[in-house]
Design a protein around this ligand. Structure first.
Ligand SMILES: Cc1cc2nc3c(=O)[nH]c(=O)nc-3n(C[C@H](O)[C@H](O)[C@H](O)COP(=O)(O)OP(=O)(O)OC[C@H]3O[C@@H](n4cnc5c(N)ncnc54)[C@H](O)[C@@H]3O)c2cc1C
Length: 470
């Protein structure tokens, strides 16, 4: 066998599973088709860690509840932010009040502490900047925000340091059953393994001699899933300090969430595709005087409710499938990983590694350090004294480190996501070129070979004044 376990897909679920399994004496590889792990979760999600009080599904509620406390522990261990800022759901009509009461009773039945029904006066005590048109609220003090991309990278780095082989830019083409396991065919290789944990979404594999996989269909598939996001400028003065969600009807809500970098993100879910003006109207139900000039960026994503599938019905044959697009999948990732790992290690009778290192290699973030600490680092390595992104105070040293670490950045997006360079108010217009040059130097490539985030995304198409025939 080439591997005991092959994990397919390097999203947050794949990385969390890789980390949990790397505690055991398994020979493991993770296969990811893209240039980088966790390619889709960094920008488009709201980074909320739920607590199991909001969902109508009891299984998901249990996973969220466990996930919430595991994430708090994990973030502390990996020195990542976990800000328990609390979430306030507000409504302005009787039907909404009824729904909140149901939610509150469900939370109580599930034994979730720290969830309270609040009246209008208490709402303004909790969130003084909220617009004054709400009738009732449900406040949960357990809900937090995190940095999901940093979390995925941390899981992957620790897993890699503990022996997991990350195979990037390798696409799984098919899975084939054999007598004692599987053959996984990729765009580059053919691997034999005992166990496959498939976390890739909506893939149909040609399977021989056994399990036939079909594209999943979810409930509510025909429901319109439009979600618009507004990234609010740091200069906007009336930002809310809690995650606040105002529900208008079953298909429409507006959400305001602080970001981990003290910004603010507004999400609008509605049946109709909304324009920027519509989105501002929705947002101003919650916020005071939010204007176009306060918006830094706008993007759309699809919104998914409780569609999630954890299929371990073939676990005795060595095949596990985790898929679906649940809106709280980051929250539940550590709970799923732990659950799978416990089952697999006992099924395969595997022992814990004696030399497992449960620690992430040291890294520095200048924007989180004081002057004295910064100067000490610059004394050790003067590349830390050269600021590349002045919006977010990111030094050359931090960029070089993020390229040289295990599973280091190889693309411009990879650097930006790991260091926050280029994510400031100038959106990279001053530092993109510098990042490209550092990447080229560190990876021993030409600047024209550096890509933004995938194979066909070259940033510089050629040199000006470069002539083939002169
Ligand atoms: C708009 C939005 C907001 C969200 N907000 C939150 C939130 O606030 N809180 C929360 O907890 N969750 C949130 N989520 C959920 C969460 O971000 C995602 O569901 C989660 O990141 C998905 O992770 P994953 O590992 O399951 O899938 P993915 O990240 O999709 O990972 C699967 C990986 O498999 C790879 N792959 C696919 N096919 C192949 C192949 N053939 N071979 C090799 N690799 C392959 C892909 O490249 C990908 O990297 C949100 C989601 C969305 C869309």
């Amino acid at each position: 066998m080439d591997y005991d376990v092959l994990i397919l897909g390097g999203g947050i679920i794949g990385c969390a599973v890789a980390y949990e399994l790397s505690k055991y004496n398994f020979n493991i590889a993770l296969i990811e088709k893209d240039y980088d792990i966790a390619d889709d979760i960094s920008f488009v999600n709201t980074s909320i860690v739920y607590d199991g009080s909001e969902t109508s599904d009891n299984i998901m509620a249990g996973l969220e509840y466990i996930g919430n406390s595991l994430l708090e522990e994990t973030c502390q261990k990996f020195k990542l932010p976990f800000k328990k800022i609390g979430a306030l759901r507000v409504v302005n009509d009787d039907n909404g009040v009824k729904k909140l009461e149901e939610m509150y009773n469900r939370a109580k039945d599930r034994g979730i502490d720290g969830v309270y029904l609040v009246d209008d006066k208490d709402i303004y005590d909790i969130e003084p900047n909220i617009n004054n048109n709400v009738k009732k609220g449900l406040y949960s003090e357990n809900v937090a925000i995190i940095a999901p991309y940093d979390l995925a990278i941390a899981y992957a780095e620790v897993a890699s340091d503990n022996g997991v082989n990350f195979r990037l830019e390798e696409e799984v083409i098919s899975i084939q059953n054999i007598a004692k396991g599987f053959i996984v065919n990729t765009s580059k290789n053919k691997f034999r393994c005992k166990v496959v944990i498939n976390t890739t979404p909506n893939e149909i594999y040609i399977k021989e001699n056994g399990i036939v996989e079909e594209k999943e269909t979810y409930e509510n598939e025909d429901e319109f899933k439009n979600m618009s996001y507004l990234l609010v400028d740091n200069n906007y003065n009336n930002k809310l300090s809690k995650i606040v969600i105002e529900t208008f009807d079953k298909n429409t809500f507006v959400l305001s969430s602080p970001t981990i970098t003290d910004g603010s993100l507004i999400g609008i879910k509605s049946v109709n595709k909304t324009s920027l003006d519509d989105n501002l109207d929705y947002a101003n139900n919650l916020l005071n005087d939010l204007k176009k000039s306060n918006i830094n960026n706008l993007f759309r994503e699809s919104y998914d409710k409780d569609s999630m599938l954890i299929d371990d019905s073939e676990i005795d044959k060595g095949y596990i499938r985790v898929t679906g697009t649940h809106y709280g999948k980051i929250t539940i990732a550590p709970a799923i990983a732990k659950m799978l790992c416990d089952t697999l290690s006992s099924n395969l009778n595997c022992t814990l590694k004696k030399n497992f290192i449960d620690k992430r290699r040291e890294f520095y973030r200048f924007r989180e350090m004081n002057k004295k600490e910064i100067n000490e680092i610059i004394d050790l390595d003067n590349r830390y004294g050269k600021i590349i992104c002045s919006c977010n105070t990111v030094s050359e040293g931090e960029i070089v480190d993020c390229i040289r670490r295990p599973l280091g950045a190889r693309t411009v997006e990879g650097v930006k996501r790991r260091t926050a360079a280029g994510f400031g108010s100038c959106q990279g217009s001053y530092c993109n070129e510098k990042i490209i040059n550092i990447l080229a130097r560190e990876l021993d490539k030409k600047p024209t070979d550096i890509v933004d985030d995938s194979k066909n995304s070259k940033v510089i198409s050629g040199r000006i004044k470069e002539f083939k025939d002169v």
